[in-house]
Design a protein around this ligand. Structure first.
Ligand code: GLN
Length: 448
């Protein structure tokens, strides 16, 4: 814990991964844990961990990087994942920067600060869990939690050269995760190694009566995945994942990884995900629709900041939201409200739901014959701060390789697979069957 804060003191004024530190409390807790350390300590005992700022932490400021929650200094409860980490005796180092309400791909939509990519601080760390990935890459913590609605764990993990897992929808409780798009959101671990990742996932999974979408499934011991090699593993490589828009260096890195899998005894074949090209359009309609409903709770009354202007009640709602939300959040609320409005619902929302089913069916067909799907996590490595922020549509289309996984509810992971000629990390994406995180870990571990 002390080493964590030393590293934060040394680098965080450049990396800017943290929004809030928990230093006094964490050091106190570490001391107590030192004193009662016994031989039965869990593997995560005393481990410093950073938490994305959309996960509610009792007594510790939780803002979602939004001005509308700027004064939420003392939340009344812990998210389920925090309660679970507590029983493992991990130590919460602090809250990590993100795109406002997890909407974005570069962490530039934070209303507080721009987190930088630790490999080269001119570049973005990715997003929306940019703080979570950068903190691990910069050695400020070994473990962090992020959330992934359309790629927000995997994409920053790829940009920062770390390991990020988006679990199967329903595996990890969403209770206490501030909702963006409830049918897509999942909390997941970001770590330096695949093994660490499995340990952290093990700690946070499980059925939860506080989340009605939480799944009631048997939880395997993920560490068993490391005992098996990948001989005979059947890998599917969607041709759409190596096509248009994918940078040649990224493609080359992925093909080199596939070659390594062949040498390890796995086989791979090209397959097709014919509907994946519609994933970005369907995702942004559905995610924005759900967001427009979820974010209606921020009204200046029940949560967060209220306008100081002297206005009547309805104008107070309007003014508080006008002042509290940033541009990207407003854009999503407008898009979502439009897509759900009568007369447009069938043409947009309903159609996007149908596309979602087609995308899910594409994957199911592939998993009849293959164990995992592999491709790049992102079409390009990290780009420069400021390069895409004025062009939201380009930023949206960059999510083409991650959003299909959320729409299908599948687990997906990003692991490092080399560097671009500019010295920026490249991510390999491994996608598995529903609730088959074990095969993803087995596949990732063999490569690592
Ligand atoms: N980039 C996507 C978006 O802006 C994904 C965000 C996420 O997964 N939270 O919606």
């Amino acid at each position: 814990v002390e080493a964590s804060y030393n590293q934060i003191n040394a680098v965080d004024d450049q990396v800017k991964a943290f929004l809030t530190l928990n230093e006094e409390e964490a050091k106190k807790q570490a001391k107590e844990l030192d004193e009662k350390l016994g031989s039965d300590a869990s593997i995560l005992y005393g481990m410093p961990i950073g938490i994305k700022d959309n996960i509610v932490t009792k007594g510790l400021r939780t803002t979602c990087a939004s001005q509308i929650l700027d004064n939420l200094n003392d939340p009344l409860y812990d998210a389920t994942v925090m309660q679970k980490l507590d029983t493992e005796n991990t130590v919460n180092i602090g809250k990590l920067n993100m795109d406002e309400f997890a909407m974005g791909s570069s962490t530039e939509n934070s209303s507080y600060e721009n987190t930088r990519n630790p490999w080269n601080t001119d570049y973005v760390p990715g997003g929306s869990s940019g703080g979570s990935a950068a903190a691990v890459a910069a050695g400020e913590v070994f473990f962090s939690l992020g959330s992934d609605t359309g790629g927000s764990i995997r994409q920053p993990a790829a940009f920062c050269g770390v390991v990020g897992m988006k679990p199967t929808y329903g595996l990890v409780s969403r209770f206490g995760l501030v909702a963006f798009a409830s049918s897509l959101d999942q909390i997941g671990p970001i770590t330096r190694t695949v093994e660490d990742n499995a340990h952290l996932l093990q700690a946070i999974v499980g059925n939860d009566k506080m989340d009605s979408t939480s799944a009631n499934v048997d939880i395997p011991n993920y560490s068993n995945a490391f005992k098996e090699d990948v001989k005979g593993l059947r890998i599917a490589v969607p041709k759409e994942y190596l096509q248009e828009g994918v940078n040649p260096e990224v493609k080359e890195a992925v093909l080199a990884a596939l070659k390594q899998y062949e040498e390890l005894g796995a086989t791979w074949e090209e397959v097709s995900l014919p509907h994946s090209k519609y994933a970005v359009a369907a995702y942004y309609l559905l995610a924005s629709s759900e967001a427009s409903a979820n974010l209606s709770r921020f009204d200046g009354v029940r949560y967060g900041v209220r306008t100081e202007k002297n206005v009547d009640m309805v104008d107070m709602f309007k003014q508080s939201r006008a002042e509290g939300f940033g541009d990207e959040v407003k854009r999503r609320i407008m898009l979502g409200t439009f897509a759900l409005s009568s007369g447009y619902y069938d043409a947009y929302y309903k159609k996007a739901q149908k596309v979602r089913t087609l995308i899910k069916n594409d994957f199911e067909k592939i998993f009849d014959e293959y164990d995992v799907v592999i491709g790049p996590t992102t079409p390009t490595p990290a780009y420069k701060v400021g390069e895409k922020i004025d062009d939201p549509l380009t930023m949206y289309t960059d999510d083409v390789l991650t959003t299909p996984v959320n729409l299908a509810g599948l687990p997906g992971m990003s692991i490092p697979c080399g560097f671009s000629s500019d010295g920026l990390p490249i991510g390999l994406q491994i996608i598995g069957r529903h609730f088959d995180e074990s095969t993803i870990y087995r596949t990732a571990y063999a490569y690592e």
